[in-house]
Design a protein around this ligand. Structure first.
Ligand code: DQA
Length: 146
């Protein structure tokens, strides 16, 4: 089983970016936790981060037939990107939308997700731990389908 973890814009700044909202862990910590969780459950996980919408779209476009599922924190593109939504839908891969913070407790513009309707699940508010929980949830979902 192969999983792809995608992180969107500004998430490479984790650790120093608004730590009162996002905590003090780094992107490397989040990717390592996701990778370890996958390995513990017998899966492989690749991780990719980009600030560029088109790069994320291309990565999702190339994922079909290579990966069994996606975990994506689209960051700000969650609230703006028809292109990412269309890419996830076109991939026909089960995807989990992940957020570090609980966006429902934040500004009104964060209440809308363009991507959640094409994902099997949305997980938010668990900080770093969300990266482990999303992997566990996606693997359970994929195993239930087998
Ligand atoms: C985020 C929430 C988004 O609203 C924000 O733009 C981010 C991070 C989160 O993980 O909590 O960059 O996706």
């Amino acid at each position: 089983m192969r999983l792809l973890l995608l992180n969107g814009p500004n998430l490479r700044l984790l650790g120093t970016r608004e730590p009162e909202i996002y905590g003090r862990f780094t992107l490397a910590d989040a990717e390592a936790l996701a990778r370890e969780t996958a390995r513990r459950l017998g899966a492989e996980l690749d991780a990719f981060q980009s600030d560029v919408e088109g790069e994320l779209v291309s990565k999702i476009g190339a994922a079909r037939g290579v990966y069994d599922g996606l975990i994506i924190n689209p960051a700000a593109y969650t609230h703006t990107s028809v292109a990412l939504r269309d890419a996830i839908a076109a991939s026909e891969l089960p995807a989990v939308e992940l957020h570090i913070s609980n966006t429902h407790r934040r500004e009104a513009f964060r209440q809308v997700s363009y991507t959640a309707p094409v994902c099997v699940a949305q997980l938010m508010g668990f900080g770093l731990q969300g990266y482990a929980l999303a992997v566990e949830g996606l693997i359970a979902h994929l195993q239930a389908k087998q």
